[in-house]
Each structure stands twice: as C-alpha cells, then as structure tokens.
Design a protein around this ligand. Sequence first.
Ligand code: ATP
Length: 218
Amino acid sequence: MTQVASTNSPLLHAEQLSSIRGGRVLFENLNFSVSAGQLWQVSGPNGAGKSSLLRILTGLLAPSNGLVSFYGKPLSHNWSEYCEQLLFIGHKAAVKGELSARENFHWQQQLSSTEDIDAWELLEKLGLLGLEDELTARLSAGQQRRVALTRLWATQASLWILDEPFTALDVQGIALLQQRFVEHIQNGGTIIFTSHQSLTLSDLTPEKLSLEYQGEIL
Ligand SMILES: Nc1ncnc2c1ncn2[C@@H]1O[C@H](COP(=O)(O)OP(=O)(O)OP(=O)(O)O)[C@@H](O)[C@H]1O
C-alpha cells in the first residue's frame, strides 16, 4: 500500500461543506475529519446527498461551498498524491460489460500495477470461477458487483471511497467484503463508504456520518 509522509493533519478534512443540487440544499456547513486507519459509514435516506458527498470527497464534484483538504492541503494542491492514494468505486459497478470478468480484472491490475496478484485465486475467492470468460454484461447484478470489487484486491491505494459497495451482494458476498474491510483497516488503510445496512462483523465499528433529507426546494 502506498503511504504518504506522516503529518499532523488528518488524512481528509471537510470544512464548512455545502452542496446544492437540483434546487435543493442537500447539506450545509458539514465539518468532519477522517484519520488514516479509520472506517466511516455515511448513511441517510434516499436523496439525502450521500453519493454527492462522496463525489465531493473524490474531487469529482465541486461543493457549493467549503473545502476538502488532504493532509492539510486543498485537494487541488495535492492532486496527484491524492489520486495515487485513492480508490473510488461509484454507485454504478463501473465494469466494462463488453469485457469478461478476467479481462476486467487484468485491466484493473495493469492500471494499479498489481500484476503479482493471482487472478485465478481471486476469481475463485469471489465466486467467479467458471464465469471468468463470460461477458460481464451478461452476468447477474451481484456477479457484476463482484467483478467490480476485484479492484479491492488489486489496488495499492490506501483510501477507499465506496458508494453502496454491498448493493446486490448475497450473504456470502457481504461477509467477504466485510472481511476485506477488516484486512484493509488492519493494514492501516482508510475506508469511507455509504450503505443502507449495518455492518455485521464485530471487528468493524465505523464512525458514523448521517445525512438528513432536506425536502425544501429553494
Ligand atoms: N447530476 C445531478 N444534477 C442535479 N441534481 C442531482 C444530480 N445528481 C443527483 N442530484 C440530486 O441530488 C440529490 C441527492 O442525490 P444523491 O445521489 O447524492 O443522494 P443519495 O443520498 O446518494 O441517494 P440514494 O440513497 O438514493 O443513493 C437528489 O435529489 C438528486 O436528484
């Protein structure tokens, strides 16, 4: 895992964050700090702004007001280091439907320079063995999610930002993903994720950030 030089500033700091989308204030004056090694769960009802917040934390969406800092510097001042540290898996599975599970994985491996990981072992772990040459678009939603999640085993990034990573997974898939969370946190990694469900592994006690649905249109 890539590590950044130690500093007294938190890994991520959100200051006075606000987001207005579709004529609605999703959240205002949000302040929080995420330290390296922490697990954070962002929760709240549909439309509360969880995905919007994650996209702001990744730098993909500008906040309407406020600032996100990475080790004490605004993201834009630390952009290449931030991108090296970050793995973002968005709401959509972000796998290439016209590639097989194995090809998707190899593509991710090349992007992340993790060629030493045994593809067959990982595909077996994720229950994709026997489906490895099937076009990903033809797999079920849960299987496609499993293909997307292979990235969590083929990354050197220390900060994972994951939007609804448990969506469509069965009980065994959820357990596997939670176990991967435990490994990453134990290795000093950091995870921010959204989910409508509570984690069930006792080793995982996330910090909670709860957003309310603000119905009022401006
Ligand atoms: N591209 C966009 N342009 C304008 N408004 C948007 C856009 N994307 C999302 N929104 C609005 O922002 C609000 C919050 O959406 P967001 O996806 O952040 O919520 P969420 O909490 O992640 O919801 P869910 O639990 O359903 O995934 C919604 O009302 C949505 O319509």
